[in-house]
Design a protein around this ligand. Structure first.
Ligand SMILES: [Zn+2]
Length: 440
């Protein structure tokens, strides 16, 4: 007689969408998990027969798929959600966001804002998030405790931040973060330079060297606005993308957020250097930055992920909304409804994002050997009935609130729409108090 396998958890779904290329959805499918990893995927009946006494998670009315990956965010800015809307970028930043950050963002508020953002993201089916902000060690602590996967950076800028007076202090914090958090099961430390127009060449080169030394992702905002590109050409004689290439900054480790204003050569440079691009359509639309040439980038082989950006410029961290808007936007702009099909968008929001964050061998598809980062989306709502095509369903019909269960590295962090690792009422109460202080 065979001994039953020692699995920790068996997720029993209505349908399992592995997102492995060429693999069809598995109806009445199940996923077996042991030691934080996926060990087997098959039919509910077969896996239950193999391990009849294994603990189960009932996702019987759900689509079970890889957790979503948010490739660009500033988590603690969730506390600034809706603080100043409908304003030009310069006024918004200089008169509202930067003063509020300067006055109110300290270690404690960054930790609180990060908790709020982690809660929102987990409840919306996101299992991995990138972050570039301040007090990055506090961000890492919050995410590790929340059981969420993160690629986290202390952001460098040639100015003071709420934490550091000089760029030298910032690089010291970056080095400390990389040394302190390497080999953590959920947290990948990262390096971030704010943008090519706010960080000098010497510091950009230093940041690229640090990222190379530690072998970690290198985040940056790139070619977000027309002003940025025009100023770069005027002052440096090159587009921001060409300028960074000239400095030797670009590599497979780079995660470039936005990339809205690119010419044909810029797109070639991004593809040649295997740069990962985070497309953030809601933020770009809200700040009227423009429309990133996503179909052209994909055509050229640029690696793509999707991001929300911070909640001050989105205003939610509902990545499914970014999926939907990405698909709709590029169809409309190209005048071709076959542009950016649902499967492409869903892939960018899962395995594509994981790839550009350097996690492609660990998460982003469901298959044995991968870490068990899984989201279960309810299919029993009016707006999710019926279902013909799970890819289009997730892009065009599903919403963050459809998230029923979420598992990160084998641990159930959302069960029946409730967080298991955080007290949302307490986080909300504290956030409301901080907001009262911010609005003065
Ligand atoms: Zn950003």
């Amino acid at each position: 007689m065979n001994t039953p396998p020692t699995w920790d958890l068996l997720v029993l779904g209505q349908s399992v969408l592995t997102l492995e290329p060429g693999v069809a959805p598995i109806e009445k499918g199940a996923v077996a998990i042991a030691d934080g990893k996926i060990v087997e995927i098959g039919l509910v009946s077969d896996l239950l027969e193999k391990a009849p006494t294994c603990e189960v998670l009932d996702a019987g009315n759900c689509l079970v798929m890889p957790g979503l990956v948010n490739t660009h965010s500033h988590l603690a800015m969730s506390l600034l959600r809706g603080l100043a809307d409908d304003l030009p970028l310069k006024t918004w930043l200089e008169e509202h966001i930067w003063p509020a950050e300067g006055q109110h963002m300290d270690r404690e508020t960054v930790a609180l804002g990060t908790q709020l953002a982690a809660a929102e993201q987990l409840l919306g089916g996101i299992t991995t998030t990138a972050d570039m902000y301040f007090f990055a060690d506090a961000v890492c602590e919050v995410l590790a405790e929340a059981g969420m996967r993160g690629v986290i950076a202390e952001s460098l800028i040639d100015a003071s931040t709420p934490r550091c007076a000089t760029p030298e202090e910032m690089t010291a914090k970056q080095r400390e973060l990389c040394e302190g958090w390497q080999n953590h099961p959920l947290i990948t430390p990262s390096i971030a330079a704010h943008a090519p127009y706010t960080v000098c060449a010497a510091n950009l080169i230093k940041e690229a060297e640090l990222a190379e030394e530690f072998g970690v992702p290198l985040q940056i905002h790139l070619s977000e606005t027309r002003w940025e590109v025009e100023t770069s050409i005027e002052q440096k004689g090159a587009s921001p993308v060409a300028y960074l290439e000239g400095l030797g900054f670009l590599s497979e480790q780079v995660v470039a957020a936005h990339c809205v204003h690119l010419d044909r050569r810029d797109i070639e440079i991004l593809a040649e250097n295997r740069v990962g691009v985070s497309h953030n359509p809601v933020s770009n639309l809200k700040l009227a930055s423009g429309v990133a040439p996503v179909p052209e980038m994909l055509e050229a082989g640029v690696r793509l992920g999707l991001g929300t950006d911070g909640a001050a410029s989105n205003n939610t961290l509902d990545l499914l909304r970014d999926l939907q808007i990405a698909a709709l936007l590029h169809k409309s702009v190209s005048g071709d409804p076959t542009t950016l099909p649902a499967a492409t968008v869903l892939s960018a929001a899962t395995n594509g994002g994981a790839e550009i964050l350097g996690l492609g061998d660990r998460v982003g598809v469901l298959k044995p050997g991968m870490e068990a980062d899984i989201a279960c989306f309810a299919l029993d709502k009016a707006h999710t009935t019926p279902i013909y095509d799970p890819w289009s369903h997730m892009v065009f019909a599903a919403r963050a609130a459809d998230t029923r269960h979420v598992i990160v590295r084998g641990k159930v962090v959302v069960r029946d729409r409730q967080l298991t690792t955080m007290d949302l009422d307490e986080i909300r109460a504290k956030s409301t108090k901080v907001a009262a202080r911010i609005s003065g």
